[in-house]
Design a protein. Sequence first.
Length: 558
Amino acid sequence: MYQQIYSLPTEQQVEKITKHLVGINSINGTIGEIRIAEELYAILKTFPYFQENPENLWLHTVEGDPIGRKNVFAFVKGAAETKNTIIYHSHIDTVAIEDYGQLKDKAFSPDALQAFFRTYDNDKELQQAAQSGDWMFGRGAVDMKSGAAVHVANILYFSEHREELQGNLLLMFNGDEESEHRGIIGALQELNRLQEEQQLNYVLAINNDFITPLYDGDEQRYIYTGTAGKILPCFHIYGREVHVGDTLSGIDPNFVAAKLTERIHNRYDLTEKIPGELVLPPTCLYQRDTKETYTVQTATSSHLYFNYFIYEATPEQVLDQLLHEAKQACAEVESYLKKQFEQYIAVTGLPTRDLSWEIEVTTYSDYVQTLVDKGIDVKPVIAKVLEEKKANDLRDLSFEVVSVLQALDPDKKARVILFFAPPFLPHNYLKETDKRDKQVQESVAAILEDMQKETSEQFTLKKFFPYLADGSFLSIHETEEELRPLLDNLPEWETLYPVPYSAIKKLNVPSVNMGVYGKDGHKWTERVYKPYSFGILPFLIRKTTIKLLNEAAEKTLV
């Protein structure tokens, strides 16, 4: 690859690398994730710096990964002897291509897709984009093969201009960002190893996950000094099953689930209030009962979970909020079901029955304690679930654990059990009260002001990258004690999803996102805007790298 790109200007280098990477199928959960890591390693290996310093380029196998994913690491030492280091990182997996329909065979071919959209009359904006030549189409074009390409081009540049570096660069490519984040989580031990063995001072991490317009006509280029976190609140709902001929005496868990969804899904009252930030509400990702076949019996239980972004809130605050909503939803259900039954009795003239409509709402940790207080040994029951592993999906496995515990209840009481399931992503943002964070914020703002004058691009600095990103795992704000409400309610987290708290806490790296620009990530019309992403962004990242390393060097000398 070096022979093909070394003489090209940066913009053409990035375009060529991007097109090459888009052509590699690296759909999440497939062997393609390994292939693209190996291809990036092979590309970097052609660079003269790594031929002269082969020990500075390596593949790192993710421990315990189900498909054998590999992270790519490349280390470039600056001319000055210093431990100050900036991390470049990108994810290299993509979502699937089913949305391309009949164009699936072209999903990884930017040229074929551009030819298709040039004559696509159903959407004039897409047609004009294809005809302009300013956009590259294809799965992963914007999310985020182009981001990886930008980092590769900049690593090539700095490896040949090391005199500009008052510090070092560490490049890192990770897989599984689109699912469980196993790549970046597995990389934490390697980052910690390098930090300890070489006494590195990680000054900043620069991710370049894609940015996009936030509204029609939006031309701003958003730069983010942090990223939102995420938790996955789950509800196991146990009702009172009945024959459909006696439905008014039952407590249908699907109805309870519907009420919970109504109170939580996309409800903006539940979002954090952070002025000027794109703050997103909780979203229902899964809702279904546990019936496996058709019968005329109502469901025994139902399962429900939500994507829940956290920005500045703590897990305890979210837990309290969701408990309140669950209790309110169940109160509504109780009132409604009682009223319907009473009307049924009044109309039919049948004698009433002594039925309870109460639905208990509890957390996982409190429910486990309730069982223990009743003299029930929960450990062997849970161990059996984990040993048999009937489900591969971590969410399903978590529900299995909760379901078997519910089955131990001798009272068979209608109940909602609130718990958390993987994944958990910490929120990572710059704190105004932290001197280091404040300096990073001011430095990035100054760079954007200069770049705006040079390029006429309109830059806007924001606090939170509004979507999910691997930068979440580079710093954590909560103490371990503050995380207890989450961990205590994340069933068997030590086994199913070990939260690498200590590794993240040791790193404590501020993370900014300077992303490639495009539209329709995760859609079949996905495309990256070349003039900005290939022509301006690489230089923005270079300026940031040089300025932050220079400032770190000045502090070291003081």
